[in-house]
Design a binder for this molecule. Structure first.
Ligand code: ADP
Ligand code: MG
Length: 487
């Protein structure tokens, strides 16, 4: 099988391993005073015990936060210039701020691919095993989702890879596929890897809370293949791709104008199509297409602390993270961290008595115990008394809140998420600017933050209009929406 057929088939196949949304596109191409109901919560002992906390003006607190979290159009424009500059540096040399990693993907799918493949997708929160069958006019998928425990994320690497193999074995057994199937498998592994071939890539470093030992510097395809051997599975790992690359390719299948794939999930990253002549550091073979998909690893942008409007809360999140000083852009825009930024803000305003009348919450004091999904839930709470937010605060965090507290919290969530969306638009604008795609570009976007956070996409689009003017009309943000596979 020639390299190109091989690449086309397996990259196409593994695309299906990207969050199932991507699989799929591919298939067919201030208020005052409590309201009466909340009075019920007011006379709790917790609140009475906190009556000594000095009363302060929560409106001033929100204003203070607005000043810190608002990012102006001019600031965004300045960031785009620096972003493009950093992209160019990354294309010239190794170990730049944005790594700009060649993916070895030089061809986009034709739509004529056939066969049955296995696909694994390790994103950061979820691990999925899929079987995908391409037949004339038909695509069938089966998938099963697993959760990777914190012990596996941070323990010995061989146990993590054993877990992957165990999940595959279970999937095969459940679906009546023999363990000596000899099937080909694509591995969507969404961490920065120095790729040496389509089926070979060394992990540069872990991100998104993973620290498993013995993996950094190793070829993750070999680690997976070895785990399969240990478990008696005869499966060939034939391709390794980043989820951004998979997203780009799956969207390209239905829209040839697709130039980029963006992930806004646990972490954030992007891939885009670059001309080989622009990749100055590339000394590999020139492809017939004269293009190469670049896995940007944009999450690390801004880690020199020059370009990003970092607040004290961002710095706290960074310092307490498993990878301080790294992935600062990702830490301002992605799902693992938006809730954590908000949690730090809440703890701060509780300590000053500006939120929940200073009521402390043991649950809220636990690191990473305020999920970004809570933020979108709070922002979506349009009831007059914000009763859903009331219930969330009470049942999960044992916090008695006033309506004013809840409205303030909603504003805090809006400030953090709007800033995230506007900053994400900086990266997208930089890609459009760098590739000079002013006439039209489709950007495939996947990940639960973009998919489930109401208005996130609208804020991205607003910022793109501020940044690109009329050109923004030619930029299509395409989200996976063609088919859902819940199998
Ligand atoms: P992965 O990164 O593993 O591919 P996802 O794309 O599902 O997985 O992203 C998971 C992240 O999305 C988590 O950090 C979670 O906080 C966030 N998330 C999940 N549901 C929502 C939601 N409804 N609103 C906003 N963020 C969400
Ligand atoms: Mg994913």
């Amino acid at each position: 099988m020639t390299y190109h057929i091989f690449q086309s088939l397996f990259v196409f196949g593994i695309t299906t391993g990207v969050a199932i949304s991507a699989v799929v596109q591919f298939l067919y191409y201030t208020f005052s005073g409590p309201s009466p109901d909340e009075v019920a919560f007011l006379p709790s002992p917790a609140i009475e015990a906190q009556q000594d906390v000095p009363k302060s003006n929560s409106r001033a607190a929100i204003q203070r936060l607005e000043d810190q979290f608002y990012v102006s159009t001019v600031q965004l424009q300045d960031m785009v210039k620096l972003f493009v500059h950093d992209m160019q540096r990354g294309l010239k040399r190794e170990n730049a701020l944005i790594k700009m990693l060649p993916s070895y993907v030089t061809k986009r799918p034709t739509g004529n691919e056939r066969g049955t493949y296995l696909a694994l997708d390790l994103g950061g929160t979820n691990f999925r095993v899929c079987e995908v069958t391409f037949a004339t006019g038909q695509v069938r998928t089966k998938q099963r989702k697993f959760t990777v425990s914190d012990e596996l994320k941070t323990g010995p690497g061989h146990l993590l890879f054993d877990f992957f193999a165990d999940c595959v074995a279970l999937f095969l057994d459940e679906n009546g596929i023999p363990r000596d199937t000899n099937m080909k498998l694509g591995f969507t592994f969404s961490f920065p890897c120095h790729q040496e071939a389509l089926n070979r890539g060394r992990l540069i470093r872990w991100t998104k809370g993973f620290t498993a030992s013995g993996v950094v510097g190793e070829d993750v395809v070999k680690l997976l293949q070895d785990a399969f051997h240990r478990k008696g599975l005869s499966i060939n790992v034939t391709a390794l791709v980043n989820d951004t690359v998979g997203t780009l390719i799956s969207h390209a299948y239905i829209d040839p104008l697709t130039q980029a794939g963006i992930i806004l999930g646990t972490g954030s990253n992007a891939a885009y199509v670059e001309r080989i002549s622009e990749i100055k550091k590339w000394d590999g073979p020139k492809s017939a297409s004269n293009e190469m998909v670049i896995n940007m690893e944009w999450g690390n942008w801004g880690s020199d602390k020059i370009a990003l409007p970092l607040t004290a809360y961002d710095l706290k999140v960074d310092r307490a993270s498993p990878n301080p000083g790294q992935q600062l852009y990702e830490k301002m825009i992605s799902g693992m961290y938006l809730g954590e930024i908000t949690r730090y803000i809440m703890l701060d305003l509780i300590s000053t008595g500006e939120l929940f009348r200073g009521q402390r919450s043991v649950e809220l004091e636990k690191p990473y115990n305020f999920d970004t999904a809570n933020m979108s839930r709070i922002e979506r709470d349009h009831t007059t008394d914000m009763s859903d937010t009331n219930m969330l605060l009470k049942t999960v965090y044992n916090i008695d809140s006033t309506l004013k507290d809840r409205r303030n919290l909603k504003q805090i969530c809006q400030l953090v998420s709007t800033r995230a969306a506007r900053l994400a638009a900086v990266g997208i604008s930089a890609i459009v600017t760098k590739t000079n795609r002013l006439n039209g570009a489709t950007v495939g976007i996947d990940g639960s933050v973009y998919e489930h956070y109401q208005h996130f996409g609208n804020h991205v689009k607003d910022a793109l209009r501020e940044l690109l003017g009329m050109v923004a009309q030619n930029v299509t943000l395409a989200q996976g929406e063609f088919l859902r596979c819940d199998g």
